[in-house]
Design a protein around this ligand. Structure first.
Ligand code: 13P
Length: 287
């Protein structure tokens, strides 16, 4: 059931759990997220970066695929199609494509420009029933060419953006996209607590959800995080399972080269990672 993220995130904030945003990369990913969400009765967000959207044939193709699968699989849990780290132009493309939610990442602009663009896009999104995520304080690492230094957000700037009426807020708290380096200092719970204090009921978003120790994720949820984004961990489990299949020579056995067989172990591996994350976030049984 395609919906925006409003209700699922309001319920998560009130219920002290987090909804998983799983980024999708192709058909296997989309199928895996939808099927596991349904199996676990969990609301879910499908994250689509601009790069992944382009790779899959454009946002309209992605939206059409999700809508069709939602019907074909009889998905009854709430599912949201959400632009991840959108540019101003990308946000409008997703609005036109029928997405149910967008993220505008204006964190690299001076705060006044981030505010001005966020206000405009919030108005456009809300007029058409979409939800919108804003960002303050860059997330570290690199994702699809979007590079951030991992600085912690200024809690006062977070309040300023939250007061614009956005539906969810990504605040940098030392989190990093991709693999965490060995010398990573961990999440700044001090920053998170201050952001939470300033932004009240605003659902907060933890990006870079791959590789953060479980205990840290749980603590972040108790401090007001209502959405956790995961991409890299699904990619790593897909790659490891595919490698094992090929290294075992299974692609040379019978029709093991058939993509439906070749991609099956990776598909199952993504599903398992998603199951573990949904359990960790506490969103199972919430739909
Ligand atoms: P990871 O790839 O580190 O899981 O981050 C995903 C993310 O934050 C998407 O916005």
């Amino acid at each position: 059931m395609l919906v925006n993220a409003k209700e699922m995130l309001t319920a998560a904030k009130a219920g002290h759990y987090a909804v998983g945003q799983f980024n999708i990369n192709n058909l296997e990913w989309t199928k895996a997220v939808l099927q596991v969400a349904q199996e676990m009765k969990a609301p879910v967000i499908l994250g689509v970066s601009e790069g992944a959207g382009k790779y899959m044939g454009g946002f309209r193709t992605v939206q059409a695929m999700v809508e069709a699968m939602d019907k074909e699989f009889g998905i009854t849990v709430p599912v949201c199609t959400h632009l991840d780290h959108g540019t101003y132009e990308g946000a409008y493309k997703c609005i036109k494509a029928g997405f149910t939610s967008i993220m505008f990442d204006g964190s690299h602009f001076p705060i006044d420009e981030n505010v001005a663009k966020t206000v405009e896009l919030t108005h456009a999104a809300h007029m058409l029933g979409l939800t919108i995520e804003a960002e303050v304080g860059a997330i570290g690492g690199e994702e699809d060419g979007v590079v951030g230094m991992g600085e912690c957000a200024d809690p006062d700037e977070c309040k300023r953006i939250a007061d614009l009426g956005v539906d969810m807020l990504a605040a940098g708290i030392g989190n990093i996209h991709g693999k965490y380096p060995a010398n990573w200092k961990g999440l700044s719970f001090e920053t998170l607590a201050k952001v939470q204090e300033k932004t009240g009921l605003m659902p907060l978003v933890l990006h870079g959800g791959s590789g953060i120790p479980d205990e840290m994720v749980k603590k972040a949820i108790t401090l007001g995080v209502s959405k956790v984004n995961v991409n890299t961990e699904c990619q790593l489990s897909f790659a490891a399972a595919t490698r094992a299949y090929i290294e075992a020579g299974k692609d040379n056995e019978g029709k093991g080269y058939d993509p439906r067989k070749l991609l099956a172990p990776g598909f199952e591996a993504i599903k398992q990672t998603i199951r573990e994350k949904i359990k960790l976030f506490g969103s199972d049984g919430k739909a």
